[in-house]
Design a protein around this ligand. Structure first.
Ligand code: ZN
Length: 234
């Protein structure tokens, strides 16, 4: 147990919710950070308060450790990501399976803001749900990017931040298993019911793995991981 607190990048999705549980098990003080930068992510952001409250109610230690929630509005990032909209094109999926609202290097920007906030809040650890295993399309999720950024942030802010990415080397099925290990059935059920992962921002139909359009790459990945998790648990 570290007394050096942690800041969790918390979007309200499956991955960041699992990361929040991971941090609540390890750090005596845990604060959360969400970024508000375009409408597509509003659904996901709206889940955050619901999830925080439910997780605090699951475990007295988690309740004690869960601290403030922060939201940073990144309008500029929204403007870059909405280039698809200003060109009057539909939100669509490009060849690599990424939505055309994807902002290159987004996680570099997120982690830089997170470090600035962690500096102000005297938090020594920053936790994010970046993952190499399932996200071939996002170079800013790769381990080398995160490690390079840790060095750059520590040099630039004269701190010893530790960037944690507990999901980096596991697949989506193992992320469900991690949630099960951290919070048992109640946490798995909460993730199914209340997290949001779908690229299209739709709650849509309730599937075995939760809500979403069911056909975008994020939904497909989540569905596939959940099916494998259920099969292995059976
Ligand atoms: Zn979807």
């Amino acid at each position: 147990m570290s007394d050096d607190g942690a800041l969790v990048l918390f979007s309200g999705g499956q991955d960041s919710t699992t990361c929040l549980a991971w941090a609540l098990e390890r750090f005596s003080r845990v604060e959360t950070l969400g970024f508000d930068y375009n409408q597509r992510h509003r659904v996901e952001l709206d889940r955050r308060a619901i999830l925080r409250e439910a997780m605090a109610g699951m475990n007295p230690a988690w309740l004690r450790r869960l601290g403030r929630d922060h939201t940073i509005a990144l309008d500029a990032l929204g403007k870059v990501s909405e280039t698809a909209l200003t060109r009057s094109t539909e939100i669509a999926l490009e060849a690599g399976g990424l939505p055309n609202t994807f902002v290159p290097g987004r996680n570099i920007i997120f982690l830089t803001f997170a470090a600035a906030l962690a500096y102000r809040r005297s938090l020594g650890h920053i936790v994010g749900g970046m993952c190499e295993t399932d996200y071939s399309g996002y170079p800013d999720c790769r381990d080398d990017t995160i490690k390079a950024l840790q060095v750059a942030l520590n040099l630039g802010m004269d701190r010893r931040f530790v960037l944690h990415t507990p999901l980096m080397w596991i697949d989506k099925a193992e992320t469900w298993t991690m949630a099960q290990d951290l919070g048992g059935r109640p946490l798995v059920d909460l993730i199914v019911e209340d997290t949001h992962t779908c690229y299209l921002g739709t709650r849509g139909e309730r599937h075995a793995w939760g809500y979403g359009c069911g056909t975008c790459p994020a939904c497909e990945l989540r569905a596939k991981g959940h099916a494998k998790f259920v099969a292995e648990a059976a």
